[in-house]
Design a protein around this ligand. Structure first.
Ligand code: CAA
Length: 259
């Protein structure tokens, strides 16, 4: 349990909860604590899905500008490894994940949200990559993950301008997947993940790997990855459960056991 970030586990869902007033600025300690929580969520059997949540007021306003202000090139050449380490660890949790976004998700905060499989935002949420206004560029994966989500032209438009976009525009360009009333963001994220908690755990892991890793490969290599992952699932108990249940009772009634 970190000072500013904790993993709260209930009903198979692990919530990585940021709590660093006023804006959940991602200083080095917060980055390390998120990485620790992501590792814990990865290995804990009682966590089948993950929510990243910054509380009712703000998701995260980015890397801690006050901490970065005095850093030299060599300081940042070291620190950028940490920025990429915590975001990559989060993105590679082999379980479904969603960012529950209230208020601002800016800079490193938007990059944090983009490490999840999905983003659900409150109606008054605002997202953006405003680093250009500080004379820098996104440095926690934003140039790459934003481009993959919304395409190169839109990513450049947002990164070059640094402008904030509201939830409805983020939804229209595919940066968020669902918009709900502000007060319902966390509950809606829980409802979404609750549907996946009872899913076949190894198939969900394989699906995530096939989409995420496969998307970085040429078609033939991606198809080869899919073939291996698909065949490997025939070693799991859940695929027996799923097929037996279908034959006996029809679709969608299997009670998977996660093995
Ligand atoms: N780092 C450090 N402190 C921050 C911060 C940040 N990213 N964002 C906000 N704060 C602090 C403010 O300095 C202020 O502190 P004090 O109360 O001590 O003065 C406090 O949080 C509240 O902020 P505001 O008074 O500015 O509140 P506001 O409601 O008027 O505006 C905001 C909120 C729009 C989020 C505005 O604070 C803002 O633009 N923040 C910076 C956003 C940004 O540029 N993020 C990118 C950071 S760089 C980065 O993330 C690099 C990377 O890719 C990894």
């Amino acid at each position: 349990m970190g000072e500013f970030v904790r993993l709260e586990v209930a009903d198979g869902i692990g919530t990585i909860r940021l709590d660093r007033p006023k804006m959940n600025a991602l200083n080095l300690q917060v980055q390390n604590e998120i990485e620790e929580c992501a590792r814990e969520a990865t290995v804990r059997d009682d966590v089948a899905a993950v929510i990243v949540y910054g509380g009712e007021r703000v998701f995260a306003a980015g890397a801690d500008i006050k901490e970065m202000q005095t850093m030299s090139y060599t300081d940042m050449a070291v620190a950028v490894e940490g920025l990429h380490s915590f975001t990559t660890t989060l993105a590679r949790i082999p379980k479904p994940s969603v960012a529950a976004i209230t208020g601002y998700a800016l800079g490193g905060g938007c990059e944090l949200a983009m490490c999840c499989d999905f983003r659900i935002a409150g109606e008054s949420a605002q997202l953006g990559q405003p680093e250009i206004l500080l004379g820098i560029i996104p440095g926690a994966g934003g140039t790459q993950r934003l481009t993959r989500l919304v395409g190169p032209a839109k990513a450049k438009e947002l990164i070059f301008s640094g402008r904030f976009i509201k939830a409805d525009e983020a939804l229209a360009i595919g940066l968020v997947d669902r918009v709900v009333p502000d007060a319902e963001v966390y509950a809606a994220a829980r409802d979404w993940m609750a549907q996946l908690v009872k899913g076949p755990r190894f198939a969900l892991k394989a699906a995530k790997e096939a989409v995420d890793r496969g998307g970085e490969l040429d078609l033939d290599s991606g198809l080869a990855l899919e073939k291996s992952l698909f065949a490997a699932l025939f070693a799991t108990h859940d695929r027996l459960v799923g097929m037996e249940s279908f034959v006996a009772n029809g679709p969608g009634k299997a009670h998977f056991e996660g093995r």
